[in-house]
Design a binder for this molecule. Sequence first.
Ligand code: FES
Length: 148
Amino acid sequence: MNRRNFIINGCAACLGAAVVPGMLSSCTSTRYINGVLGNNGLTVSTDAFRINKKNMVRYRSFIIAGHESLQYPVCIYRLSETEYTALWMRCSHQGAELQASGDQLQCPAHGSSFNNKGQVTNGPAAAHLRSFPVTLNNNELFIDMRKP
Ligand code: FES
């Protein structure tokens, strides 16, 4: 192996070592679940937020819940043990489906972003996201989808 190949291979290995763990952690942090859809809304278990690892319990900051009858999924953020927000993952600009990334929702169409309360943090979207009231009953979250 000559010096040039050694440098190229070394850089590729370092880049791979730096990027792959980040990709793996982001994959493990997003959880998609099917909720139970009733007449008034969607029900999901708070257990979906739990991460059991080595006798320690941690919690995801958000999960994405959907149902085959819903056109868009709902992103549910866990703000605390008793406080949650539920946001319709439809961009308020032109209706593209949003992507969750940490505490932000990003629009792949034109770049708008929203915080975990549905407020616009970057345009061109001007309106906040549709959000739903969330009720906690024991270990179940009820997402009330009755209001438009
Ligand atoms: S549809 Fe989301 S920014 Fe345009």
